[in-house]
Design a protein around this ligand. Structure first.
Ligand SMILES: CSC[C@@H](O)[C@@H](O)C(=O)COP(=O)(O)O
Length: 344
């Protein structure tokens, strides 16, 4: 099932808020519908947000009837700004929009209609490249997974978060395909349950053995000797290898260190932000209090209680055993190895 698809000039987004109960697509005819879908997490996961934003820009541009090219460019830049503020942490969102804006600025012909078509081709390219990048991460990462490994993952870094087989789950899929007899433990991932709702759904569909646990069970699971390694995705990786990912990832990394387990991060190069030196510079999204005070539509905390709801945390590079990218596997010191993979 595709995370999103381009049909007759519209973007259709699989509404992940309804999974696993219902698989329904939201038809986006206007870019503002894409903005809403990103904010509500109907489409989520760093690479998927980037691709959706690129298509959103195409929809916004298509609706413009400018007097001239300069006016068109200014209007598209404003649409890009509106898309870019929907979610601040996943750098793939800004990366994809920057790539679209480069096409916009480098276009030399005066014909706005042709430019709109060129923007659509770039959005398709972003989507197609992510698919291929997932495949390569799977190929590199699978080699790190021993036969019979029990793998703990957090949140959903799977097909639903990307255009292809996923980042962390892409590695898991590749290891499964290689006949390694692996099994998966999925953290439920409070508050929005991406692990319980999405990761287990993907694994069940693929017939990969999966066991669900609540987030506070991960330490005991490791202490019982039931985990061989951890693999997670990332929303933004700083130049020094500090990793921002779904809230709770940091705790899992600390636990992995305590139990002497490898902690791997799988992410495409588009997730690495060389403009940010360390995790301290990564913007962390804070979300609505109701995500914490309510559970499955039920109020579970007193009305008006103070809430802290950061959607992501930062795992320091020293807790990360290796970063599996689409260009190869980086090991510490990440400042050097990530730059080398990027050819910088
Ligand atoms: C391949 S996706 C990696 C990350 O984006 C994923 O682990 C994650 O944290 C997603 O958070 P979400 O808030 O669901 O967008």
């Amino acid at each position: 099932m595709e995370t999103m698809r381009w049909v007759d000039g519209c973007l259709e987004i699989l509404d992940q808020t309804l999974l696993p109960g219902k698989a329904e697509y939201i038809k986006c005819e206007q870019y503002t519908t894409v903005c809403d879908a990103i904010c509500r997490l109907s489409v989520r996961g760093a690479p998927a947000i980037g691709a959706a934003a690129a298509y959103g820009l195409v929809l916004g541009a298509a609706a413009l009837k400018p007097a001239g090219k300069d006016e068109f460019i200014a209007a598209v830049e404003q649409i890009a700004r509106n898309l870019s503020v929907t979610r601040p942490t996943a750098v793939n969102l800004q990366w994809a929009l920057d790539r679209m804006l480069r096409v916009l600025h480098n276009y030399t012909s005066g014909n706005v209609e042709d430019l709109k078509e060129t923007l659509l081709r770039e959005a398709h390219a972003i989507y197609a490249e992510d698919l291929e990048s997932n495949r390569r991460m799977g190929e590199f990462g699978e080699k790190l997974v021993p036969t019979n490994a029990a793998i703990l993952t957090h949140c959903n870094a799977g097909a639903l978060a990307t255009a292809g087989i996923g980042t962390a789950l892409g590695v898991i899929r590749a290891a499964h395909q290689a006949g390694k007899n692996i099994s998966v433990y999925a953290d439920e991932t409070r508050p929005l349950l991406q692990g319980a709702r999405l990761t287990t759904w993907e694994m069940v569909q693929e017939k990969i053995p999966v066991t669900l646990l609540t987030d506070n069970m991960a330490g005991y699971l490791m202490a019982c000797g039931k985990v061989d390694l951890v693999i997670v995705g990332a929303d933004r990786i700083a130049a020094n290898g500090d990793v921002a990912n779904k809230i709770g990832t940091y705790g899992v990394a600390v636990l992995a260190k305590e139990h002497g387990l490898p902690f791997y991060v799988a992410a495409p190069m588009s997730t690495i932000d060389f403009n940010i030196a360390s995790g301290q510079g990564i913007p962390i999204e804070n979300r609505d209090d109701r995500e914490v005070t309510c559970f499955a539509g039920q109020q579970v905390a007193p009305e008006g209680v103070k809430v802290w709801n950061p959607a992501f945390d930062v795992t320091p590079a020293h807790l990360v055993t290796a970063i599996i990218t689409d260009r190869g596997v980086a090991r510490p010191p990440y400042t050097e190895t990530l730059a080398a993979l990027a050819g910088r």
